[in-house]
Design a protein around this ligand. Structure first.
Ligand code: TXA
Ligand code: MG
Length: 367
């Protein structure tokens, strides 16, 4: 058989499969649809499913071939391990060597929910699932479809976000389809996700526990429960840091990035607005199509080609929910440059700022 066209990437040629999209009820998932998806997982297939944070791309975490296929479908570097999703706390004890007391408290308090805990991994976990590390990231998602799929499959499910590597994470089934149509078996479509940024990744193998990636469970809340929590420098960086500082393998790869160039302007709100208008003028003069990622409080202050609002600064949960969708929309409008406002880095804002800064490749202007 010859390759479909001479320009296509040889690695990608194997992927032309039919992707089945199943619309599913988010509160009471239809059993027959769960069964279809779970059968694919059991056979080593790939199923995209909703969680409370973003859509994940799932495979049987204990089947090395299936996990390898997962990396290939996403074009993800194999040194960046996915999170393993469980439907029962008992599974944590099978997948790990020891479960610290503090981790047990966190699981009781925050699971199911947007908190991934890093443990020492047990022998039953295939190397490919953890990128040959001796640790494993585990979480229990707070979504009926995700839980039904995991329980129906009868295995822990390895699931990175269901986007092509480097792209913004998918917050709807359409985003998954845009990136992975023809490369995966099934998409369970339960509508847009609720939180919109990924889980917080917390390393429980060090003392005090350390946040490797800020996310849906705020630092402030973890601190209340644990007393002491550290923030890995990369989690709060406003510039690219050397790789050895990055304890989480994922942070060294380009992430969340739209096709357009991106700039984040941070500082006091009026100064930010003035600076962005100055930058818009500059880019318009050199014939670039400019998009501004604003908030409800400021959107009317800009005259760029495309202005989008993340929502009101008084409701940061909504800002988080809209973030990845708007980054993708700017790409659909084919803007050359996106200029984004920084927001407060408190609570969920820390995750938002982490994603904005990374998406810009740390192209940050402080005013
Ligand atoms: O909300 C989420 O966490 C979503 C949904 C689908 O659950 N998943 C997600 O997965 O964002 P992913 O693969 O896109 O990001 C996983 C992050 C990466 O930064 C990875 O490096 C880190 O978790 N990670 C996974 N295992 C790790 C380990 N053993 N040690 C340190 N970091 C780890
Ligand atoms: Mg991801």
């Amino acid at each position: 058989m010859s390759r479909p066209d001479s320009n296509s990437d040889a690695r990608d040629w194997q992927f032309m499969k039919k992707t089945l999209v199943l619309r599913i009820n988010s509160q009471e998932p239809e059993l027959e649809k769960i069964r279809i998806a779970a059968d694919f997982i059991k056979k080593g297939g790939l199923v995209a499913f909703p969680t409370e944070t973003v859509y994940g791309l799932g495979a049987d975490a204990l089947n090395p071939k299936a996990v390898l296929a997962l990396f290939e479908a996403k074009r993800r570097p194999v040194d960046n391990p996915p999170i393993v999703h469980v439907g029962d706390v008992k599974d944590v004890y099978r997948l790990t060597k020891k479960v610290p007391r503090k981790a047990e408290r966190l699981m009781t308090r925050f699971w199911p929910g947007p908190l991934t805990l890093i443990f020492e991994r047990s022998e039953i976990v295939p190397d490919v699932t953890v990128a040959s590390l001796d640790t494993i990231g585990i979480r229990m998602p707070r979504h009926w479809v995700a839980l039904a799929l995991i329980r129906g499959s009868g295995c822990p499910i390895a699931a990175p976000s269901a986007n092509l590597a480097g792209k913004p994470s998918p917050t709807s089934a359409k985003h998954v389809l845009d990136d992975l149509n023809g490369r995966i078996d099934v998409i369970l479509d339960a509508g847009p996700t609720h939180i919109g940024v990924e889980s917080t990744v917390l390393d429980m193998t060090v003392e005090p526990p350390q946040i490797l990636r800020p996310g849906g469970t705020p630092y402030e809340v973890l601190k209340e429960v644990l007393g002491k929590v550290e923030l890995n420098p990369v989690a709060v960086a406003n510039k690219a840091l050397p790789v050895e500082k990055a304890r989480s393998p994922g942070v060294k790869h380009r992430h969340y990035a739209p096709n357009a160039d991106m700039i984040v302007v941070e500082g006091e709100m009026t100064a930010v607005v003035n600076k962005i208008n100055e930058l818009v003028c500059f880019y318009v003069q050199v014939n670039k199509k400019v998009g501004v990622l604003a908030t409800d409080e400021t959107a009317r202050c800009y005259r760029a080609d495309v202005v989008k609002s993340l929502g009101s600064r008084s409701d940061m949960a909504i800002v988080a929910r809209n973030l990845f969708r708007l980054l993708r929309e700017f790409d659909l409008e084919k803007v050359d440059v996106i200029i984004a406002e920084g927001v407060s880095a408190e609570r969920i804002g820390l995750a938002i700022m982490n994603r904005l800064r990374k998406a810009s490749g740390y192209n940050i202007v402080m005013v």
